[in-house]
Design a protein around this ligand. Structure first.
Ligand SMILES: Nc1ncnc2c1ncn2[C@@H]1O[C@H](COP(=O)(O)OP(=O)(O)OP(=O)(O)O)[C@@H](O)[C@H]1O
Ligand SMILES: [Mg+2]
Length: 258
């Protein structure tokens, strides 16, 4: 079930370093939201606070709130592990468990939740691989290791693994940066398909990709070296790319940055 995210006044730190300042934004359900901006402006950092991955870094700290359909994921007694099940993440480099079979990769999260029923696992495996648009390519070799797939297939396997646990939100950090153009288009098509069921946030350095797949775009920037990243503006993708409010956004999207 796709849910909305409300991000309120996020300030994010690595030890004493203030990495991201005062970010507030709304992520509507069944929407693709793109995060763009120069390297180091905090896109990945913000993304990782959205499923409580940020606090895995020693000394890392978050102020503010992130509400999933009104429930603060940083609320008292909320378990980070359960947050990461409802808000799944796909990383820049495909990271399947390389020696584990394709099938076991897909159902790894369900196994962790204690599901042992073979027919249920098979059913979820097929549904997730179909959802990730990988089923036809792997249905005859589900016992082969995840590491035997191509890079693009491995990334779709990771997406299958993420959707197998029925998350509400999918976070993707530059999911195509290690892929060739054909695999990239396959993932973009898949994102467009997935947004019918999920709320999606994607970090991308590829302006065309943001323009192709996203409904709204958030531009982040930093005012200088050592300064915290900030959200400069967020709007419909079409508006950001055709008629942005801020000069910094226009400079960045037209390649006049820096
Ligand atoms: N584990 C960490 N420890 C300390 N500082 C970090 C850590 N990870 C990131 N940072 C710092 O936080 C800031 C934001 O980094 P982040 O990785 O979020 O940027 P980004 O926008 O995703 O950049 P890129 O486009 O290069 O991926 C940077 O100054 C970075 O050096
Ligand atoms: Mg990053």
């Amino acid at each position: 079930m796709a849910k909305r995210l409300d991000i309120n006044d996020l300030n994010i730190y690595y030890g004493k370093f203030h990495a991201v300042k005062n970010v507030s934004l709304q992520v509507p359900p069944r929407y693709v939201t793109a995060f763009i901006g120069p390297s180091g402006c905090g896109k990945s950092t913000v993304l990782r606070t959205l499923n409580r991955m940020h606090e895995e870094t020693p000394g890392a700290r978050v102020e503010g709130s992130v509400e999933l359909d009104g429930e603060n994921i940083y609320g008292r007694g909320v378990s980070p592990v359960s947050v990461r099940t409802t808000i799944g993440m796909v990383f820049q480099r495909p990271n399947p468990f390389p020696t584990m079979s394709i099938r076991d990769n897909v159902v790894a999260g369900l196994r962790l939740q204690g599901v042992r029923n073979k027919s249920q696992l098979d059913e979820v495996c097929e549904r997730s691989l179909r959802g990730a648009n990988l089923w036809e390519e792997v249905k005859d070799r589900l016992r082969k290791p995840g590491g035997s797939l191509s890079g693009g297939q491995q990334q779709r396997l990771c997406i299958a693994r993420a959707i197998a646990v029925s998350p509400d939100v999918l976070l993707m950090d530059e999911p195509c940066s290690a892929l060739d153009p054909i695999s990239t288009l396959a993932i973009e098509d898949l994102i467009t398909e997935l947004k019918k069921d999920y709320t999606i946030v994607i970090v991308t350095h590829n302006m065309q990709q943001a323009a192709r797949v996203s409904d709204q775009t958030a531009f982040f920037n930093l005012s200088g070296v050592g300064q915290p990243g900030e959200l400069i503006e967020i709007n419909d993708t079409e508006t950001i790319f055709s008629n942005p409010d801020k000069k910094a956004t226009e400079d960045y999207i037209s390649g006049r940055f820096g």
